[in-house]
Design a protein around this ligand. Structure first.
Ligand SMILES: NC(=O)c1ccc[n+]([C@@H]2O[C@H](COP(=O)([O-])OP(=O)(O)OC[C@H]3O[C@@H](n4cnc5c(N)ncnc54)[C@H](OP(=O)(O)O)[C@@H]3O)[C@@H](O)[C@H]2O)c1
Length: 326
């Protein structure tokens, strides 16, 4: 972080020779097949914006369905990197600051050598984590945080059932719920059993073997990251007055009304204050990203294809080149 004077000095410097960058863009709504690795102009920061040199960017299954009304679009909405340029009015950041963030969904993402973001979404990158680990945190951990605490109202001593407990969002949800003092039950396929236990779930159910509703009941909250059958069968395991929160699909309101519970679907939003708390937990070793695989930016199509494999635990990260094209 820096003083306003230093910031003014940097802003008044002439532009460096940054003109083009390597980026991955979705050109057609065809999933991974619609991605093109190409060179495009480096965007310049407007007032309140910051240009960040991306070091690593993480991806989320199904995210290529999100920007189809604004193509071509750069995917990946969570990243770590280094502040490269400041727009007018940005006084609490300096070039060279190491940052991480969830970027807004209505603009280009981080699968590129540079990303332009509003300054207010950036938080200091955790010191004790590398760029790859840090990039795997913001979208998934903020989804878990907002799902459990803001929408789910989870408090110490309550019981929560987390579907997809070894997934990108789910493994953070297990860790955060446990730290909050909740009793955590997770569902996962066999591939994620060990990861869900390690993350802190007191009970882990392989839902492909045992229907969870036969052994779980009266929970205060179900946090769903899987959708489908697991979401559809969840209403019945929640106590009257409890909540069903999903990031994966919209839950049935009819079933919720019939059971006397609240059913909520939400879209995660950038939140610097929450991300700072999450970063502190990561620095203290209390929150760990689980990384499935790392791909080079140029191999983003393979990374997105990999994300679609069912029963695949952990996050997928794109490593962005250290030598940007000028
Ligand atoms: N609304 C929002 O703001 C928001 C935020 C974040 C994520 N999301 C969405 O929420 C979902 C979960 O995100 P995530 O990052 O946790 O994803 P993820 O790790 O890929 O998936 C979570 C779990 O879902 C199951 N799964 C994997 N592939 C699947 C497939 N093709 N179809 C059905 N289930 C599958 C797996 O669990 P099992 O092994 O247990 O089957 C996996 O561990 C994704 O659809 C993502 O796009 C939405």
């Amino acid at each position: 972080m820096m003083s306003t004077n230093q910031g003014e000095e940097l802003r008044s410097q002439p532009d460096a020779a940054l003109t083009t960058m390597n980026a991955v863009r979705l050109h057609s709504a065809q999933g991974p097949a619609g991605l093109v690795y190409e060179q495009i102009p480096v965007p310049g920061p407007g007032p309140g914006e910051v240009l960040v040199r991306v070091r690593a960017a993480a991806i989320t299954r199904d995210e290529l369905d999100w920007p189809v009304d604004r193509l071509p679009a750069i995917p990946s909405y969570e990243f770590s990197g280094v502040v490269a340029r400041l727009g007018a009015g940005v006084s609490d950041l300096a070039t060279g600051d190491e940052v991480f963030a969830l970027s807004p969904f209505d603009r280009d993402g981080a699968a590129a050598e540079y990303i332009l973001v509003p300054a207010h979404v950036l938080a200091p990158k955790p010191h004790n984590l590398d760029y790859t680990q840090s990039a795997a945190i913001p979208l998934a951990a903020l989804s878990a945080w907002q799902g459990l605490f803001a929408h789910g109202g989870l408090t110490a001593g309550q019981r929560v059932l987390i579907h997809g407990a070894a997934g990108g969002v789910g493994s953070f949800a297990v860790q955060l719920a446990r730290q909050r003092g909740a009793e955590v039950i997770g569902t996962t396929s066999a591939a994620g059993l060990e990861m869900a236990r390690k993350a802190g779930a007191g009970q882990v159910i392989d839902y492909t073997v045992t229907p969870f509703e036969q052994i779980v009941g009266d929970v205060d909250l179900v946090f769903d990251t899987a959708g489908g059958e697991r979401l559809a069968r969840s209403h019945q395991v929640i106590r009257t007055g409890g909540r069903l929160v999903s990031v994966a699909a919209v839950p049935s309101q009819e079933s919720a009304a019939a059971r006397g519970i609240q059913a909520i679907f939400f879209v995660v939003s950038p939140n610097r204050a929450q991300l700072i708390e999450i970063g502190k937990l990561a620095d203290e070793g209390l929150l760990q990203p689980s990384i499935d695989q790392v791909f080079d930016l140029a191999d983003a199509r393979a990374a997105f294809e990999h994300s679609l494999h069912p029963h695949r635990p952990g996050k997928i990260v794109l490593r962005v080149s250290n030598t940007p094209h000028h």
